[in-house]
Design a protein around this ligand. Sequence first.
Ligand SMILES: Cc1cc2nc3c(=O)[nH]c(=O)nc-3n(C[C@H](O)[C@H](O)[C@H](O)COP(=O)(O)OP(=O)(O)OC[C@H]3O[C@@H](n4cnc5c(N)ncnc54)[C@H](O)[C@@H]3O)c2cc1C
Length: 372
Amino acid sequence: MEKKNVLIVYAHQSSGSFNAAAKDVAVEVLKASGCTVDVSDLYAINFKATATVEDITVGVKDPDCFCYAEETKLAWERNELSSDITKEQCKLKKADLVIFQFPMYWFSVPAIMKGWIDRVLTLGFAFSPEKCYGEGFFKDKMAMLSFTTGSHQSMFSANAINGDMNITLWPLQNGILHYCGFKVLAPEIFWAPAHVSRSECSTMLNHWRIRLGSLMSEKPLVFPPLDYFEKETGFQLKPEIIEKFATKEYGLAVGVHQGKKVPLNNQMRWINCFCEPTRHPGPEDAARSEKTMTAKKPQATSYDRAAPPDAPELSGQEAATVPHTHTRESPKEPRTQCTPPPTPTPNPKVPCMGVAVVCGPGVGTAPKTTKR
Ligand SMILES: Cc1cc2nc3c(=O)[nH]c(=O)nc-3n(C[C@H](O)[C@H](O)[C@H](O)COP(=O)(O)OP(=O)(O)OC[C@H]3O[C@@H](n4cnc5c(N)ncnc54)[C@H](O)[C@@H]3O)c2cc1C
């Protein structure tokens, strides 16, 4: 594997958890293959989850009408963001691949990880209205979700109680990762580790171990390219694109489905959605998907769905939408300074804001089906 810098953003409270084991496997395999691996262990560093005025070390521009995005952009430009944010931005800046390792909480990431996303991916550093999606600042980086669920795989399908996992993944993978420009690798989903036997847990970890060996050469998921949309009409699909795909049975992506069928496994594995009908997800995908989803005990892991490095090449515009190399251009140099900013001094003009902790029960757990 090519030697790269990897950042693992990790959110679990316990070093004895399955998530910890998945994180440890990643560190071990990636280091053994020569990668540099940084881990941001969010609970261990007690990472602040709330986006507040305290994230800016010097006075804010408009304390009476505080706007987090604008103020943090200004603070980033002046190297006045709090040191915990700056540290993470420095790690992110040098990373070629970011792995988010977490237990699914409420169909999403745990609050502490959402806090990392809210606070580290600041306007100007991670995105701007002009530089987003395929043109995003991080277009030379890869990112992926690696997570555990309480639910079995069978509960997260188009015919099941939790609905299609592809739809659950769309906000995270499209709205956050792809929005910032990342090439998004297929997720690694560890289904219900707490409800299967220890040996099934070990099998899942082994699949992860194998996948990690060739992760860097995987093809990323495919999203509709920016030039399919027209700025003047509020980023609607261009009429010629609608016409081009008019006869297709499936929409372009989970979100951009044009009122048609949602393309199968669009957020779970590399599928070229913009290809000719013969290469569109077809009955074989449906059969495969159905077989997997209805399996009594989930056996498949997302390793099976990851695009192999030797997946067929595309041509023309299709190829342009699915980059195969990860050469780093020099995008506009972000202004994050990798030296610690000055010690924060409280701003007398800014009222101190409290942090409320809301506790709630877990959801979506399935009854144990297998005794350990
Ligand atoms: C607030 C909250 C919200 C939630 N929302 C959702 C939701 O929306 N949807 C959903 O599906 N679930 C949800 N859950 C459930 C949650 O996703 C699962 O509890 C979590 O994913 C389990 O992962 P874990 O790492 O904590 O597992 P653990 O309980 O730590 O581990 C499970 C098993 O892994 C095995 N294991 C650990 N280490 C190893 C090792 N080294 N080798 C082999 N086996 C090992 C052990 O046998 C252990 O029993 C929620 C939970 C909470 C608390």
